[in-house]
Unconditional design. Sequence first.
Length: 136
Amino acid sequence: MNLLSGASYERLQGAIDTSNLRQKVIANNIANADTPNFKRSDVSFESMLEQEMDRNSSSLIGNRTDSRHFYIGPKSGSMVSPQVTTDETTVYNNNLNNVDMDKEMSQLAQNQLKYNALIQQLNHDIKMKRIVVEGR
C-alpha cells in the first residue's frame, strides 16, 4: 500500500512542483536583473487552476461504475500544468531589461511561504496516514 497516493496527494504534489518551478524562474529573473535585453518570466498556475475548477464545478458529472462507460462531464484525470511565460512587452531599465528587484524579492518571499505551508500539509497528511496504518 502506497501512503502517498490519491487525488489529494496528486494536487499537493502538483502545487509543490509548481512552487519549485516558480522558485527557479524567480531566481533566474534575479540573477539576470542587470543583463541587457533580458525579459523576466513568470509561472502561471493558480489562475489556470481556478478557471479549470470553475469550469468543472458548473458541469454535470456522471458516475462511472464501469471503465467501459462514457464520461459525462469533465474527466477526473484532467490536471492543470504550470506554464512559464515571458513578459516581452515591458521595459523598466535603460538596458531594456524588465526585472523589478523589489517585485521579484516580494514574489520570492511569497513563494517561500506557500512552499512551507504545502510541505507542512504534506507532513501532516503523512503523519495521519501513518497513525492509521500503525493503528495508534
